[in-house]
Design a protein around this ligand. Structure first.
Ligand code: CP
Length: 322
């Protein structure tokens, strides 16, 4: 069964959120529009709505996370759900309990949503295939495969700063595209939303051989690639996923591909700078850029709460105007 089959119900509504691949523009726009509502909730003195009151959201993180885990927890609490944070480090997984047995036990506690991060590509899909019929699954990042809520919070950030019409935008994604589940999901979302020019920039060793088949323009020189773009998305070097020496040194990488204030002047004067985090300062970008006036990196984190509220409420059939 394809991801598309499993994540949509028979009426084409979002049931699980596992990947951007195969989703049509109206679903992505539904998430962005619902995020507007929840972003406004986040500005209120009481940042809470009753949409998921009585429901249980279980965070199942088998891989480290700062932003995704905490913003899912906060998003669930702002929707009035109960939240369980499954801590793998102190769980019975270390005593040999299988993933399926762990799942059954968490289902027995009446979990309604599993938010899953795992270092194996396909783990969230596996859980969705094996979960009880009423349980919804959200992929919070699986191996190199997909990170769909990160892609949607990035699309929301772009829409916030650049307007609702994505079609005329030029967007550059710079760095370790090869190992990046974020880049893969971003490219799918940007293409689906009709962005006219998506560029990927990086050394040959860190750009997938089949990149052009994803509908992107490939550059191996950052000074050429970022010229006049409206959005620059920097990626972290994922050293934990590199099986061989794909890089000369971090210093040389920064010289060749790091985003500096000087390089930023090659972009459109109103270009924004994004990064999914965590940032390696002085490796993929200079601190002066990360903390500078064009950086919207911390806005991405704030918007992530609203976007995750939107996704959870949509899959539970509790979205505004659902
Ligand atoms: N962007 C992102 O997924 O960050 P975390 O690993 O901290 O969740």
């Amino acid at each position: 069964m394809s991801h598309r089959d499993i994540q949509l119900d028979k009426d084409g509504r979002l049931r699980h959120f596992l990947t951007i691949e195969g989703l049509k523009q109206p679903i992505l726009k539904q998430i962005l529009d619902a995020s507007d509502f929840f972003a406004e909730v986040g500005e209120r003195p009481i940042k809470k709505v009753p949409s998921l009151k009585g429901k249980l959201v279980t965070n199942l993180f088998f891989e480290n996370s700062t932003r995704t885990r905490t913003t899912f927890e906060l998003a669930a609490k702002r929707l009035s759900a109960d939240v369980l944070n499954f801590n793998v480090a102190v769980s019975a997984t270390s005593k040999g309990e299988t993933l399926l047995d762990t799942l059954r036990n968490l289902e027995a506690m009446h979990s309604d949503i599993f938010v899953v991060r795992h270092n194996d590509s396909g783990a969230a899909h596996f859980i969705a295939n094996n979960a009880a019929p009423h349980v919804k699954v959200i992929n919070a990042g699986d191996g190199r495969h997909a990170h769909p809520t990160q892609a949607m919070l990035d699309m929301y950030t772009i829409r916030h700063f650049k307007g609702a019409d994505f079609t005329g935008l030029r967007v550059a994604i710079v760095g370790d595209v090869l190992h990046s589940r974020v880049a893969r999901s971003q490219i799918q979302a940007l293409n689906t939303l009709g962005v006219s020019e998506v560029r990927v920039i990086g050394p040959k060793t860190l750009i997938p051989a089949a990149a052009r088949s994803l509908g992107v323009h490939v550059y191996h020189n950052i000074d050429e690639g970022i010229r006049e773009v409206d959005v620059v998305i920097m990626l972290r070097l994922q050293k934990e996923r590199m099986s061989s020496a794909l890089l000369p040194s971090e210093q040389e990488y920064f010289q060749l591909f790091g985003l500096t204030e000087k390089r930023l002047r090659l972009t459109d004067p109103k270009a924004i700078v994004m990064h999914p985090g965590p940032i390696n300062r002085g490796v993929e970008m200079a601190s002066a850029v990360a903390d500078g006036p064009r950086s919207v990196i911390l806005k991405q984190v704030t918007f992530g709460i609203a976007v995750r509220m939107a996704v959870m409420s949509i899959i539970m059939g509790a979205a505004p105007n659902a």
